[in-house]
Design a protein around this ligand. Structure first.
Ligand code: MEV
Length: 314
């Protein structure tokens, strides 16, 4: 039996913009998707025991099958020729926006590699998971699979000419508490990414300006994180959310949770991931603020994850 794990992630700056070459900032979180793979049974069977938003596993099923097909091909294995029994679990919930698709792809790729006796570098695993991500995101930037593979707090920029992406580890003074709130809505990242690309084409002037602002914001955010100016980081998160609203990837449920968090005194809040449902995140330094905000959101019936960004060992 082969085993593997992939980290969940929270995008702090730049989702969607990263697909088009704007830099983004992502942090792995201390939750993983874990996989076990055995070469038995007939064809490919998947037992998905991850807990998640209602309907998550069913809605992702077809994309999941396509992702495994792509992954096997990227590993030089013909999908029709193998029998694989795949188990998926772990403590990363299946909420859209937390990179569960990428985390599961990394976990499965590692487990398949182990089962087939292949010793693959992280770079290779990341490239395989990127192929798998295409099933979920259509035209992914690669930020999710990179965070799922390497962990840490990362500066990421997609190479638009197909060369190696820029991946830089960022260090901050100490880990900082955040909360992640789930709208409970299972979103289709592929459709969201496609929608942005279409609108960008239709309204080039408006979108060029917004993309320029997103780029400037990413550089300011990197500096603020490195200087540990958390008030500034929070302000920039709010500004990032405004840009995400402008490119029409937020929704009323996300805006509701973000406003709720802001009313509790968070440093900043924004949607995280593909939007259109899924999750929001808020910067809540200190256990006390984190708990206060988490409770306020839970009181309204939404699920909340309490975690930290910038944890060294991740
Ligand atoms: C999804 O977590 C992030 C997106 O930017 C897609 C991607 O970068 O592949 C929406």
């Amino acid at each position: 039996m082969g085993k593997g794990s992939g980290f969940g992630k929270v995008i702090l700056f730049g989702e969607h913009f990263v697909v088009h070459g704007v830099p983004g900032i992502v942090s792995a979180i201390d939750s993983t998707n874990d996989a076990k793979v055995t070469r038995i049974g007939e064809k490919i069977t998947i037992k998905d025991e991850r807990k998640g938003a209602e309907g998550y596993a069913e809605k992702k099923k077809l994309q999941q099958l396509e992702s495994i097909d792509r992954m096997l091909k990227a590993m030089g294995i013909e999908p029709e020729t193998v029998s694989l029994s795949i188990w998926l679990g772990g403590n990363l919930p299946g909420f859209s926006g937390l990179g569960a698709s990428a985390a599961s792809s990394v976990a499965i790729a590692k487990a398949i590699a182990e089962e087939f006796g292949k010793d693959l570098s992280n770079e290779k695993i990341n490239a395989i998971a990127y192929e798998a991500e295409k099933a979920y995101a259509g035209n992914p930037s690669g930020i999710d699979n990179t965070a799922a593979t390497y962990g840490g707090l990362l500066w990421f920029k997609k190479n638009m000419s197909g060369g190696p992406n820029t991946i830089e580890k960022l260090s901050i003074q100490k880990p900082v508490e955040i909360i992640i709130g789930s709208t409970g809505i299972v979103a289709n990242t592929k459709a969201m990414v496609k929608g942005v690309a279409e609108r960008k084409k239709e309204k080039p002037q408006k979108y060029d300006l917004l993309f320029k602002q997103a780029e400037e914001l990413a550089f300011m955010a990197k500096k603020a994180l490195q200087e540990f100016d958390l008030r500034k980081v929070g302000e920039l998160m709010n500004e990032n959310h405004r840009l995400l609203q402008e490119i029409e990837v937020s929704c009323k449920e996300l805006d509701h949770l973000i406003n709720l968090a802001r009313a509790q005194g968070v440093f900043g809040a924004k949607l995280t991931g593909g939007g259109g449902g899924g999750c929001m995140t808020a910067l809540t330094p200190g256990k006390e603020l984190q708990e206060k905000v988490a409770k306020a959101i839970e009181k309204e019936g939404f699920e909340v994850l309490r975690t930290k960004i910038g944890v060294e060992k991740l």
